[in-house]
Design a protein around this ligand. Structure first.
Ligand code: PSU
Ligand code: MN
Length: 295
């Protein structure tokens, strides 16, 4: 058995069959600057509790896979490795410490029996991928691990049309909540039509269960649009994203997020915080419905 450690509140919720929502830690270590990252991590956990579920922030600490971090551990989670499917086992085996991406958080959530996960944005196909081959392992994870992931669409720093194509090829349902347009992270809408649309958490929970009953592998990507009051309209963002292009490899995502933060004078961070919290609340709603076993 791999060393897996549940926080006190997650262990209790697990034993009692109450709803749990997984949260990733890369968003804390690589996605947002200090100290807002820690404040947001705590706020998002509180949002999940406020919506009636238990938060389980996931990370590897000294070789142990943690499902739910105690507050002190959350504060330590800075300056650590970013772990995806390729690196998580190596990190555990070498007693390392690292933050989990969407892919690694899905793997850990599934091992711990958690079916719903809230984050900000997933990784995807990077612009220029026809040259660099840079496609996030998050997409292939959605195709094989049965976790419903609530995100705010894909960031426009990615090649969003190619990201949707790969998800379709991999058989991943991409379901937008309450509108036809696929949301673009900081912006409510994009020029792309969402492959699927659902208008309630109950429909999404039902689709999750239906896939499992049909023996279909993989999870679902739920695209939950950022609130109207918090968005940065697409027209304002496009030139900023263009100006931020330039780096390749594993560091692309953190680099671009930092540049966009500077170029929007912090508005991208305010929007990012609002959308993650919005996703945490919606994921809690889905997990609450899934926890009712006989529906
Ligand atoms: N989107 C964000 N913030 C983040 C990430 C995505 O707004 O921190 C992180 C997530 O952990 C995601 C990862 O899983 O970046 C994707 O990285 P890569 O493209 O290297 O797979
Ligand atoms: Mn990559």
């Amino acid at each position: 058995m791999i060393p897996l450690s549940r926080s006190v509140e997650v262990a209790k919720a697990h034993a009692e069959g109450r709803p749990i929502v997984a949260l990733e830690s890369t968003i804390i270590t690589h996605g947002m600057p200090y100290p807002q990252n820690l404040e947001v991590a705590r706020l998002v956990e509180a949002d999940v509790r406020g919506a009636g579920a238990t938060p389980a922030t996931i990370a590897v600490v000294a070789g142990v896979l943690h499902i739910g971090l105690e507050d002190g551990q959350l504060a330590q989670a800075s300056n650590v490795a970013k772990l995806s499917r390729a690196d998580i086992a190596a990190c555990i085996a070498t007693k390392g410490t690292g933050a989990t991406t969407v892919a690694a958080t899905m793997i850990a959530a599934h091992l711990a029996g958690i079916e719903v996960f809230a984050t900000g944005g997933i990784g995807g196909v990077h612009r220029g991928a026809e040259e660099s081959f840079d496609i996030s392992a998050d997409l292939m994870e959605l195709a094989q691990t049965p976790v419903t992931v609530v995100a705010a669409g894909a960031k426009a720093i990615l090649d969003v049309p190619k990201t949707l194509e790969v998800l379709e090829t991999q058989g991943v349902p991409v379901i937008t909540v309450g509108q036809d347009s696929f949301p673009a992270f900081w912006s409510r809408t994009s020029s792309l039509k969402s492959p699927l649309r659902m208008d309630s958490a109950a429909q999404i929970a039902s689709a999750h269960k239906t896939r499992i009953m049909m023996g279909l592998r993989g999870g679902q990507l739920i695209a939950n649009p950022i609130g109207a009051a918090d968005e940065i309209p697409v027209g304002q963002l496009a030139p900023i994203i263009q100006a931020a292009q330039g780096v390749k490899g594993k560091d692309v995502t953190p680099f671009l997020l930092q540049r966009i933060y500077e170029l929007t004078e912090g508005r991208s961070l305010t929007a990012n915080i609002a959308l993650v919290r919005n996703n945490a609340r919606f994921a809690a709603e889905i997990s609450t419905i899934l926890a009712i076993k006989d529906t």
